[in-house]
Design a protein around this ligand. Structure first.
Ligand code: GRF
Length: 211
């Protein structure tokens, strides 16, 4: 059983998708050990509590230095013997020490088709504003492993979503969540939990389901 930590900063609709997929059995061999938010008021913490999942607020503001915050975060993960860290709308930069310690064990959901509209400065609505400004007809979402760069780690799953002529950043964000994020993030967790994801030469290989 893979022990997950889901790191969040906001509403937690991706967290909800993970919870729902575990409860319905679409994700197997995984359970959420803890939800960690950097923001005490994140609705994601209420979602965790509603489903009997431990929720913690670990905020940089409560520590005297960035290093102390990183140590606090790592200690919480170690204490719960977490196997996979899922960044689901987590707006804090992940420290290199954590990336090294959890190499190929941290995944992130990004609301575009990487390598478009990603990297520094592309988060939240800015991603969708960028897609609309460029006039792309297709956008989507990407689940990838986290490495030392910003949105540069090996890509696990992607799903395309059509851009409609009347879209605003908000309507496009919603469609990308519904049609892509809430599907591929749980799917990626299920694949990893069932040992079907390998990284070879910096690229992800998905193994066939064993019959
Ligand atoms: C999502 O768009 C995700 O792709 C991005 O942050 C947003 C989080 O939304 N990284 P929610 O908190 O899961 O509702």
């Amino acid at each position: 059983m893979l022990r997950l930590a889901v790191l969040v900063s906001g509403g937690g609709t991706n967290l909800q998708a993970i919870i729902d997929n575990i409860e319905t059995g679409s994700i197997t061999n995984a359970g959420i050990a803890v939800v960690i938010s950097n923001n005490q008021n994140a609705y994601a913490l209420t979602r965790a509590a509603d489903h009997g999942i431990e929720g913690l607020c670990i905020s940089p503001k409560d520590y005297e230095s960035r290093e102390a915050f990183h140590e606090g975060l790592l200690a919480a993960l170690e204490e719960r013997q977490v196997d996979l860290i899922v960044l689901a709308g987590y707006l804090v930069v992940i420290p290199e020490i954590m990336i090294r310690k959890y190499r190929s064990r941290i995944i992130n959901i990004h609301p575009s088709l990487i390598p478009s509209f990603c990297g520094k400065g592309y988060y939240g609505l800015k991603v969708h504003e960028g897609a609309l400004a460029r006039g792309v007809k297709l956008t989507g979402a990407t689940v990838h492993f986290v490495d030392e760069g910003t949105d540069t780690g090996p890509i696990i799953l992607q799903k395309a979503v059509e851009v409609e002529p009347e879209d605003t950043p908000e309507t496009l964000q919603r469609r990308v969540m519904e049609q892509a994020e809430w599907q591929i993030l749980p799917k990626a967790i299920d694949l990893i939990a069932n040992g079907r994801v390998a990284v070879k030469d910096g690229r992800v290989v998905i193994q066939e389901e064993s019959k």
